[in-house]
Design a binder for this molecule. Structure first.
Ligand SMILES: Cc1ncc(COP(=O)(O)O)c(C=O)c1O
Length: 364
């Protein structure tokens, strides 16, 4: 039959994911606060482990990421057989959707949830369904009200990007209790290590208690290995088996496996990153609040700032910061056109962004 190749229905509806900007033309030294990368950079032990593998790059990696899964198992007290590693948690999110949803199915998430959920749904011909939020936080009742016989997966980023809000252990349990057992609940805990709240649980308890819950994690955030692409999922055995059938046979590279193990072993670096975040996120929140800006109370390594309409709106703030060589993230694609997301960076970067924002709000 004549004509040009056509992708499957849904694919041309996808607006490609746009990552945070990393460069400003003509500016050599840019302050990058647009992608929630770690402020302090990777563990020196992870860097050493990565370099040590340079001579091995002609070999295929261990396709089962065995040593890494065992290290994750030891570190978190989990059965390594139930862990599946991937090239970033993005890969695992995509695989889960591919495995459990298809044309005519629905994938449920919350309105300001991470964009890879609707993108993944459309990629397999499924329908992304966004439940409304309350105060920029996932709303359990609204999510449950949007479950239909077609719902196959529910995705909750906990804490969520870009809002920074989280669901408590009780709320997550209530969400799970209200779902049919045939629906997969994916708890995407990419920012779990940053959360310092007694009522937070990253998802391990629910995975252990149920056959339909998966917890996704990443080395991109607190472990500062975003460029290596390394994530993992803790799954019920049957779901681990499904993911292992469809993932690429060598989906995690040799240096990523080695650096991941070394990063896990460097507990002091993790503690430093967490302490840094606990100092500088509240500091930045206070500085921005003092300028009269509204903030969504977040628990991860970024802040969501709300700008009023008018001459000092989010677009103007973004441009002003950019003119000061500071890159932040516009989040209009998340239905938040009046907000900017600012990642917690180094002390110097935080002082620079606070000073620039003071200048902007003073009408410079
Ligand atoms: C909530 C959430 N999940 C998953 C990811 C993807 O992380 P990875 O780098 O592991 O693919 C991100 C990255 O921004 C995220 O914010």
């Amino acid at each position: 039959m004549a004509g040009s190749p056509r992708p499957r229905p849904g694919i041309l509806e996808i607006s490609p994911y746009v990552g945070g900007e990393a460069k400003i033309a003509g500016v050599a030294r840019v302050i990058r606060l647009a992608s929630n990368e770690s402020a302090l950079g990777p563990s020196p032990r992870a860097i050493a482990a990565y370099k040590a593998m340079a001579g091995e790059m002609f070999r295929y990696p261990d396709g089962h990421s065995t040593a890494l899964r065992e290290a994750l198992g030891r570190h978190h007290g989990l059965d390594p057989a139930r862990i599946v590693c991937g090239a970033g948690s993005d890969e695992l999110i995509g695989l889960l959707i591919r495995a459990y949803a298809g044309p005519g199915d629905e994938v449920l998430y919350s309105r300001h949830g991470f964009l890879m959920y609707p993108i993944g749904a459309l990629a397999v011909g499924a329908k992304p369904v966004a439940a409304p939020e309350t105060a920029f936080s996932a709303d359990v009742d609204a999510l449950l009200a949007h479950v239909t016989p077609k719902t196959r997966l529910v995705f909750i980023a906990n804490p969520n990007n870009p809002t920074g809000t989280y669901l408590s252990r009780d709320d997550m349990q209530r969400l799970h209790a209200g779902l049919p057992s045939s629906v997969v609940l994916v708890i995407d805990a990419a920012y779990a290590e940053f959360v310092q709240r007694n009522d937070y649980e990253p998802g391990i308890e629910l995975v252990d208690a149920a056959e339909n819950v998966v917890m996704a994690r990443t080395f991109s955030k607190i472990y500062a290995l975003a460029g290596l692409r390394l994530g993992w999922a803790y799954c019920p055995p049957a779901i681990a088996d499904v993911l292992n059938r469809i993932r690429g046979p060598f989906n995690v590279s040799i240096p990523a496996q080695a650096a991941g193990i070394a990063a896990l072993e460097d507990v002091a670096s993790l503690d430093r990153a967490r302490e840094h975040n606990e100092i500088w996120r509240p500091w930045l929140e206070r500085e921005l609040a003092r300028l009269g800006l509204a903030l969504t109370p977040g628990v991860a390594n970024f802040v969501l700032v709300h700008f009023p309409p008018g001459p000092r709106d989010a677009a103007a703030a973004f441009r002003f910061l950019q003119s000061r060589a500071i890159l932040t993230r516009r989040v209009a694609g998340y239905h938040l056109p009046e907000h900017l997301r600012i990642t917690v960076g180094t002390e110097e970067e935080m002082r620079a962004v606070a000073a620039a924002m003071a200048e902007f709000m003073a009408g410079a």
